[in-house]
Ligand binder design. Structure first.
Ligand SMILES: [Mg+2]
Length: 228
């Protein structure tokens, strides 16, 4: 008897460059690690705007919604030093992040090169990747500094990233927990994969694959030069 392929086995045999978002993609959102950073962002906004915490939280959400990141909103409406902001908000304990060996092995087995494409900072990406034991698996990190502080989903930032690394979109897959950040990727011709507990409910046409189990998805996927 031949075992039937599970319906969610993705055909990724065309993929030569594997692009991964970092936060809430390479570790589960349920860790609530980002809540630590968001709390520090709220403190920063409160201080900068002279607002009580509750109002600062609302302003921060507005900046995030309208500008893509809290930082982009702060840069548009306040005179702040982006590096000082990034250093302050990313100075958090790492113990909510638990290394996932199954995910590590699944990423390590991907044929081709792997890059991180994050709206976070270079220092943050470095700390998180090292804590998760994933730092040796990625060729480079394209972070918010590399993007000149213009966050995903700006198309210009996607174009800057592909130009910098010579990424051929048709031969690339992008893994993200934020649905809106996949739209420009699909527009450029990349294969898009929405990651996280919210992913299965997504109905956006620019989302090509959805998974709430990234390690399982990668392990099951058909990839180049591998018969599996
Ligand atoms: Mg993310």
């Amino acid at each position: 008897m031949t075992a039937a392929l599970a319906p969610d086995v993705a055909d990724l045999r065309h993929v030569e460059t594997w692009l991964f978002d970092l936060d809430n993609t390479l570790y589960p959102a349920e860790s609530e690690f980002m809540a630590l950073i968001e709390g520090k962002m709220t403190d920063f906004v409160a201080r900068e705007a002279g607002l009580p915490l509750e109002e600062a939280r609302l302003l921060q959400r507005r900046y995030f919604g309208e500008h893509g990141t809290t930082l982009a909103g702060l840069m548009a409406h306040h005179e702040i030093d982006p590096k000082a902001f990034l250093d302050e908000v990313h100075d958090v304990a790492m113990d909510r992040l638990v290394p996932d060996l199954v995910l590590r092995d699944a990423i390590a087995a991907l044929p081709g090169r792997r890059l991180i494409f994050t709206n976070g900072s270079l220092g943050h990406a470095d700390r998180v990747l090292r804590h998760l034991g994933l730092d040796h698996l990625f060729e480079d990190v394209f972070a918010i500094e590399t993007a000149d502080y213009l966050p995903k989903p700006a198309l210009a930032t996607f174009e800057k990233m592909t130009a910098r690394h010579g990424v051929v979109p048709r031969a690339a897959a992008f893994f993200e927990d934020s649905e809106k950040n996949l739209a420009p990727a699909a527009l450029l011709g990349m294969t898009t994969v929405l990651v996280g507990a919210q992913a299965p409910a997504s109905t956006a046409a620019f989302v090509h694959h959805r998974t709430n189990d990234l390690a399982g998805f990668l392990t099951a996927a058909r990839v180049k030069d591998q018969d599996r």
